[in-house]
Write a protein that binds this ligand. Structure first.
Ligand code: ASP
Length: 326
């Protein structure tokens, strides 16, 4: 019988020569245009498989350690669902206070422990750079599920997949990012990822104290993408193809008084959206805490619930890729 490494088509084998086999996913900087096309192709297939048969055995026997040091609903449960839809299983560690982390165990030691039991580790951690530290300690692939205010690469991949599925293109887009651009890691990743495409214009609308970090703007500028900052949405809404709304990240503020000053600065509702085009979409990584009125949810332009579902297919694709099955 051929071994898994000689026959990538064996049902239970892994293709160790596959480009993403064994790789960590730490930053969107790892993804070039052609990589995105590949991820989207696999995600598309995953969607078809889920719609046709629901659960299948591509990752049967594989184990994911889902390690969350910060709260999560969608990222954690969609990685769990992704692994289980692919026939694998999950070690969930959502409450690190019940693990040895509460005894003072270091992140590298926790990672070294979990990789004894799992084939891939998904990590969410409050410190920027923690995913890279974990990846350095690990022999198995580590997937960054949000490292503080740093990056949230799998969110940006599902965000771009959403734009592609909904609008059919990633070039020629006027994208407006709204809300907490300072602490919102999803917009840091998304701006970087979109900067590879042609004829992209990025508008940043935020309160003065929550502006997009210079470091991200400099990286985007290097790619030649025009960016402009505003404090009112009206100035850019009529031209916007994608309105990406974010939550003000209360947990990241040093002074709660500053949060009180800027919370509720922007609210999207049917009235505000009268000024927007019909063929545009509104996205949000969620959770929302008042930035989008539920009155807007039934508008066909409200893509944020569909966006969550796209996340499942993208995360299925990423797990299959790093485990040598795509
Ligand atoms: N769920 C997203 C994140 O983990 C967005 C948010 O929390 O506001 O970054």
């Amino acid at each position: 019988m051929p071994t898994s490494s000689t026959n990538p088509h064996l049902p239970f084998g892994e293709n160790k020569n596959a480009e993403w086999y064994g790789k960590d996913i730490i930053s969107v900087k790892q993804f070039k245009r052609e990589d995105l096309e590949y991820v989207f192709g696999v995600a598309h297939e995953m969607r078809g498989m889920v719609e046709r048969i629901g659960t299948f055995d591509l990752l049967k026997g594989k184990i994911l350690a889902n390690l969350f040091y910060e709260p999560s609903t969608r990222t954690s449960s969609s990685f769990t669902a992704a692994m289980e839809r692919l026939g694998g299983s999950v070690i969930p560690i959502n409450e690190v206070k019940y693990s040895s982390v509460s005894k003072g165990e270091s992140l590298p030691d926790t990672i070294r422990t979990l990789e004894c039991y799992a084939d891939v580790i998904v990590l969410r951690h409050p410190e920027t750079g923690s995913a890279a530290i974990a990846a350095k300690a690990a022999r198995k692939p580590v997937i960054n599920a949000g490292d503080g205010v740093g990056e949230h690469p799998t969110q940006a991949l599902l965000d771009t997949f959403t734009i592609m599925e909904e609008l059919g293109r990633l070039d020629n887009l006027n994208v407006t990012m709204l809300g907490d651009l300072k602490y919102g890691r999803t917009v840091h990743s998304l701006a970087r990822l979109l900067s590879q495409f042609s004829n992209i214009k990025l508008n940043y609308v935020s309160p003065e104290i929550l502006r997009m970090p210079k470091e991200v703007m400099d990286e985007v500028a290097e790619k030649g993408v025009p960016q402009a900052e505003f404090n009112s949405l009206e100035q850019v809404l009529p031209q916007t193809d994608v309105l990406y709304v974010t939550r003000v990240q209360k947990e990241r503020f040093e002074d709660p008084a500053d949060y009180e000053k800027v919370k509720g600065a922007y609210v999207i509702d049917p009235d505000v959206m009268k000024a927007a085009k019909q063929d545009m979409i509104v996205m949000h990584p969620l959770p929302r805490v008042g930035e989008i009125s539920p009155d807007f949810d039934d508008d066909p332009r409200a893509a944020y619930f569909r966006q969550m579902e796209y996340g499942l297919y993208v995360r299925m694709a990423l797990l299959a890729m790093v485990l040598g099955k795509a």
